[in-house]
Every structure is written in C-alpha cells, then in structure tokens.
Design a protein around this ligand. Structure first.
Ligand SMILES: C[S@@+](CC[C@H](N)C(=O)[O-])C[C@H]1O[C@@H](n2cnc3c(N)ncnc32)[C@H](O)[C@@H]1O
Length: 262
C-alpha cells in the first residue's frame, strides 16, 4: 500500500491503484495538489457532472430529506466534494440538523452553517457514542455514501450494522449507498452487455476473463451484504438491497442498502 506520507504530498496519485482506508483518506485530504474529487479517492471524471444525479438518487431513497420536517440527519463519511455541500444546502433550506462524521481533515473543508451543521470527527463506528449524542439520541435519516468498502477495511462490519441500528430513531432510515459488490460485478462482466462495456472502456477486443467460485479477499460480495441485512433484521429493522439509478456512473457493479427502523 502507498505510504500515507506519499499520499499527502505527491503531485499526482494513481487512485485506481491505491488501497484506501480512513488514514489514507486523511493523507489525501492534506495533499494540496489534489482536487476535491481526488481527495475523496475519485478521479475527476468519475464524479464531475454526476453529483446532481447522485443526489436525486439519494433523495429517492431517503425521501424525507426533501420534506420540511426539521429532521436530524447524519452523514457518515461526507468527504469534501460537491455532494456534502449540496446536502448541507438542502438541510439549510429544509431546516434539518446535519451531523457530519469524518476525519478532522475532511470536516475542515466543509462549511460550518449555524443551526445546521454539527461536526464529529473520528472513525465510525468507534465514535458511535459521540455521534449518537450529537444526533440527540436518534437520527431520522442516515447517509453513508461510497464509504462501506473502506469501513470494511478498518472495522468489524457487524459493529457498523449494530451502530446504525442504534443510531436510527423510530421511523428512521439509513442509506448505505454506492457499495461495490464483487458478486454483482462478476455477474455483469460475465454477460454480453458487460463484455461490450469492457470492450468500449478499454478499446480492446480481448474478452475480460471472469472467474467464479473463488474467494474475494478484502471485497464486499453478496454474502457480506446479506449478512448485514440479516444482522439489522434480527435487531428489529427492515433491510433492502436496491439498484442505483441507471444514470449513475457505476450502477452496473454497485448496490445500495437501505435499513429502516419501523
Ligand atoms: C469515497 S469518499 C466518499 C465521500 C462522500 N460520501 C461522497 O460520496 O462524495 C469516503 C469518505 O469516507 C470517509 N471515511 C472512511 N472511513 C470512515 C469511517 N470509518 N468513519 C468515518 N468516515 C470514514 C473518508 O475520510 C472519506 O471522506
């Protein structure tokens, strides 16, 4: 893995070939040469022009965010690019309180809006008590977008699921979005549309080899997602695995997970 010291000062970072975790993101956030998208681990082309469609997809899955209910909202891993800034503006307009949970380096790059934003730094779910307290004992909407694969590197995912269940108020809902699912990726690339996608992306006529019945160390797959769903269900929540809007850049290989407390 690339050393944190290199991530924090290299003029360019080969983001496709860096294994990121919470500390890796802290280093990217400190690097003055990177764009906001690069600081959150995305080449600019992966996010530029897509953020409005991503927010629309989030609102379709967390529809109460668009209401004027003065909700308590928590964003776990907001990063520092356009998405949290749009969410902050939406919460300001709708009079929601928004608890932002990320490293101090990422949080420092987000605006402070009086009466709207509350920042809690640290690695979730280790800081779950502080986040729950900042949410006043329960959140109506929780967003954790494009973060689960990093939480998978750093912590026990069942602790994460337990902490989300604990964080939701009655009637609350969580969207764990933009999850790379190795099983879904395999299914897609084993199909003709997947092979066509590969040919168009690489410009090569070589087929992409796809293997099944092999371990995928370090990767989230169907089993991990089903396990998280069953953990939340056993704790009294509903759980749904749903597709991303087709306009989203990685919809063919990513899933969204919704947890809902009745
Ligand atoms: C790929 S970025 C996604 C940012 C934002 N949600 C978005 O989609 O634009 C991942 C973010 O999650 C943060 N992060 C990673 N692991 C975390 C954890 N365990 N607790 C809190 N934040 C975490 C990183 O610092 C980074 O800002």
């Amino acid at each position: 893995m690339t050393r944190a010291a290199d991530l924090s000062r290299a003029r360019t970072v080969d983001l496709a070939n860096v294994d990121l975790d919470y500390e890796g993101f802290r280093a990217l956030a400190r690097n003055p040469h990177l764009s906001a998208h690069e600081k959150i681990g995305f080449p600019d082309t992966y996010r530029e022009g897509f953020e409005q469609a991503i927010l629309a997809d989030i609102l379709a899955k967390l529809p109460r965010l668009a209401s004027d209910e003065a909700l308590t909202v928590v964003d776990i891993g907001p990063g520092c690019a356009g998405l949290p800034k749009m969410l902050i503006e939406l919460c300001r307009e709708r009079r929601h309180r928004l608890v932002l949970v990320d490293s101090p380096e990422m949080l420092a790059m987000l605006p402070d809006v009086e009466g709207v934003t509350v920042k809690r730094d640290g690695l979730f779910p280790e800081n779950r008590a502080a986040v729950l307290a900042a949410a006043g004992g329960g959140a109506d909407a929780v967003l954790c977008y494009s973060v689960l694969h990093y939480i998978f590197q750093d912590t026990n995912l069942f602790d994460f699921a337990d902490a989300l269940v604990e964080l939701m108020a009655a009637g609350g809902r969580t969207l764990v979005g933009d999850i790379p699912n190795a099983s879904k990726r395999r299914r897609f690339f084993a199909s003709e549309p997947g092979q066509r996608f590969h040919r168009d992306f690489t410009g090569s006529s070589e087929p992409m080899p796809v293997t099944f019945n092999e371990p995928v160390p370090g990767k989230i797959d169907d089993a991990v997602l089903m396990g998280l769903m069953m953990r939340a269900q056993a704790a009294g929540c509903d759980a749904y695995l749903v597709p991303q809007g087709e306009a989203l850049p990685m919809a063919n290989r990513r899933d969204d997970l919704i947890l809902a407390r009745p």
